[in-house]
Design a protein around this ligand. Sequence first.
Ligand SMILES: Nc1ncnc2c1ncn2[C@@H]1O[C@H](COP(=O)(O)OP(=O)(O)OP(=O)(O)O)[C@@H](O)[C@H]1O
Length: 600
Amino acid sequence: MRIRLGAIAALAVAAWLLPYQLNSYAMHVVNVMLLYAILSVGLGLCMGIAGQINLAQVAFFGVGAYATAVLTVKEGMGFWTAAVLALLATAAIGLVVGTPALRVQSHYLGIVTLGLALAFTNWVTNSTLAGGAEGIPGIPRPTLPGVDLSSDYLFYYVELALFAVTLVFGLFVVHTSLGRRMRAMRDDSLAAGAVGVEVPALRMTAFLLASVYGGVAGVLYSGLIGYVAPETFSIANMFLLLAMVIIGGRQSLVGCVIGAISLALVREVLIDYPTYAQVAYGTVVVLTVVFAPTGLAGLPVRLRGLLHRRTTATASSGLTPFRPYDPAGTTGEPDAPMLAVRDLSMHFRGVKALTEVSLEVPAGQIRGIVGPNGSGKTTLFNVVSGLYRPTAGRVVLDGRDVTAARPFALAHAGIARTFQNLRLFSALSVRDNVLVALDPTRASGTWRYLVLPVGVWRRDRALRREADALLDRFGLAAFADNLPTALPYGIQRRVEIARAMAARPRLLLLDEPAAGLNGDEVRQLCDIVRSIRDFGVTVVVIEHNMGMVMSLCDHVTVFAHGAIIADGPPAEVAISPEVIEAYLGESMAMPAPVASEVQG
Ligand SMILES: Nc1ncnc2c1ncn2[C@@H]1O[C@H](COP(=O)(O)OP(=O)(O)OP(=O)(O)O)[C@@H](O)[C@H]1O
């Protein structure tokens, strides 16, 4: 920490003294470099942190610059008034560009944003308002009371201050609630939705942030150069910007800055060889994507990751016993259904995964769902948790119809789940995995970042303490700072249950939680699930381990070919001839229950 603070102070002093060492041309180059750094940080937030492909960053830059030019030169406004309006215009355009992100994803979003960037350059080239191909000259240099900004040397300090503010704000976002939810969305948008992250709104927020950064750079550009023309906002420059972010390291804002500075310098060196420059950027981008996907900034993290993997592989002994929850008192009417599914059908083109399934799970029950592979069990979970919209039928949670609600809305309503093939956020630490689910912040509360940053920081620290207490309960405290993928499989399964419980559910859906666990781990799992039930959470568990089902579940529902073929207490179901014929086979008719270490 001390070393880091020392390095930051040294960099700040060097940045402050830099103009004293430079001739006027070099000063101009540095001023342009800072603009690229601001643009790269904005692009890094949208693409690297939130995982949204954004090829419109250069258009945001252009909107900021052109709006300032039009408002000052054609409307005669003062520079700073024009700057505020230009920023608002860019933010509005950011929201428009972000709208397709509500529906389309990943590469489609790339095509949509590229189309918008092309449309922007086409429009400014052909519009008389924007000065056509000649652009708009004569933009006044801004002034500050008592400071003459006409000198590039003094303008540098304005840029430096805004660069510092935008970088610190970006880092603040990344390391608190908003950035954590964005990173979770980037790693696995489906799992993020299932723990309550409002994915569509967050995608829009990512574009809004990118556009504001683009706007700030655009405003500064128009003030610095005094002239705007279409070629500055061309696709070639968008590619340069992309190269900066990818080579520097898109998942790290500091990496984006390093990329921007390095490539801006290389660009100066290659300024007389534009064709070779493009080929050189392209080659380096391809090499980076293939050999160092996290860029220059990612190299130390990757090395540290390798070291961690080595230490944790031998340190799975850090797992401590689960500390049971305090049992809840009465949980209301014990027989009222927490989950009711009525005549539910789910068809995928020709495949009838579920056909008119109806079941009720009373509050406080542990319900087992069993059935052969492909009988529709996971599809039932996917419909109940909002991943699939059912072809027909209804889902009712605690008396409220929640059919086809979005996954994040269902998570807020009290449904949490785990996945058959673990879906942990692989680039987030174990603590952050839990924090994403624990965090009740809504997208509508993002304004707090502008108005109440200290409140955001305090709240985040309180959440961190809560996350650590939860990890401690699940015996995972020793792994809080590890990446989940570096941990043994059994521990990852436990992390996923801890993450689901962090969302404070009323209904917990566990999809094959014992898959890949050894006998001892299965016994511990049973104790955890019983404690969760005693805490007042209704549990539905899909499981192939019949010994576990027999000992753990109060009631079992058997699926075959997308329909329920038996339903009742485990002992009754296990001897039903239909079940034996459809699924269990005689050898499995009555498996031995799994012994418990802690009485639930
Ligand atoms: N997204 C999808 N698109 C097309 N078919 C699907 C989809 N999801 C499930 N299915 C089909 O629906 C049927 C039921 O699948 P489901 O995964 O629900 O079975 P399951 O009982 O959970 O099986 P397993 O025990 O192997 O997980 C299968 O035939 C499967 O191929």
